[in-house]
Write a protein that binds this ligand. Structure first.
Ligand code: GLV
Ligand code: GLV
Length: 321
């Protein structure tokens, strides 16, 4: 019969799901929410492909539950820290992801969050809505501007570079980056490679665009926040795991740094009683970096194409090697 593909929720954008339906028997968790782990383990037996998202942990137990029929796991994300890549490799299971197609969307959101945090948009809107707007006032709701500033970007891959190109249009004085390897594209962008400490001490805005890997786990810790300028704005649109969140909370409370804008947290969703929600100098978004309509549609198609190619034994358009 036709290969079975399991989709981990019911609300994946239709364009990709429809591509799969032409060639495969599609099974899915029937709700617009992540499949519970127990159901996931039960339902994937015999599947040739798994279409998942970053909310689904793909580990040894999942691969065992799917069994020897499993050929491919494709995630509708560029990050793949939720997948045990080594274990999949060992078993010859192909892996797909969605680089490039979400770079513009994520860079746009990063700039939105950067400006929203520095110019205090949520706080300002709240004041306007609740009677705090008494008159125009010369020193009220002020925050640091990007023009003339130094921006530091941790992680200078596709998204970090796209952020740098956009930030430049704001007449920044300098763009610094920290990355494991030298990025040749930096020259044309005008970004300068520095070590991590320099990035922290020199930057007015520190933006994390680094993939979560063992080397970047909680690199933004107490000592990192202490090295930053007291006036620094920290923005994270990569993964919550790059930050020691308790240290960040303390740094925001004590004004060790000025403010933070977070699209990613630990855990996700962030519990309503998190201190981060009570801090005026913290903007929290619910992991919407790639959430442009265009990006999500094309991510869904690419995920489907990755699965179809792997099942048909042809080159996947975006394989995790
Ligand atoms: C989102 O965080 C992604 O990895 O695509
Ligand atoms: C502010 O609205 C100004 O005109 O400077």
């Amino acid at each position: 019969g036709r290969p079975i593909v399991y989709i981990t929720r019911s609300d994946m954008p239709e364009c990709g799901v429809n591509l799969l339906k032409k060639e495969c028997d599609v099974k899915y968790w029937p709700k617009p929410s992540p499949v519970p782990r127990e159901e996931f383990l039960k339902e994937i037996s015999g599947a040739a492909g798994i279409y998942c998202s970053l909310t689904d942990k793909i580990d040894k137990d999942i691969l065992d539950a799917a069994g020897p029929s499993l050929r491919v796991v494709a995630t509708i994300s560029v990050g793949y820290d939720h997948i045990d890549v080594q274990e999949c490799k060992k078993r010859g299971i192909k892996l797909g992801y969605t680089p490039d197609v979400l770079t513009d969307a994520t860079a746009e959101l990063t700039l939105a969050l950067l400006l929203s945090t520095s110019r205090r948009l949520p706080e300002a809107q709240h004041e306007a809505q609740t009677g705090g707007w008494v008159s125009w006032a010369p020193t009220w709701m002020t925050g640091p501007g990007l023009a003339g500033s130094t921006v530091g970007i941790a992680g200078f891959g596709r998204i970090g570079q796209a952020v740098a190109r956009r930030v430049k249009a704001f007449n920044t004085a300098r763009i610094l980056y920290w990355n494991r390897s030298v990025r040749p594209e930096a020259k044309e962008i005008g970004a300068v490679k520095v070590n991590f400490d320099e990035l922290l001490t020199e930057s007015d805005f520190v933006i994390c665009c680094a993939a979560l890997v063992p080397e970047t786990k909680e690199i933004f810790n107490k000592s990192a926040f202490e090295k930053m300028k007291k006036s620094a704005i920290f923005v994270n649109t990569s993964r919550g795991g790059t930050v020691d969140q308790d240290a960040l909370i303390e740094s925001l409370k004590n004004n060790t740094i000025r403010a933070a804008g977070l699209d990613v947290t630990t855990p996700e969703p962030l519990p309503l009683d998190s201190p981060l929600f009570k801090l005026k100098n913290c903007v929290v978004l619910p992991h919407i970096g790639s959430a442009s309509i265009e990006a999500r549609d094309i991510m869904s198609e690419l995920t489907a194409k990755n699965i179809l190619a792997a099942i048909q034994g042809t080159d996947m358009p975006a394989e995790i090697k």
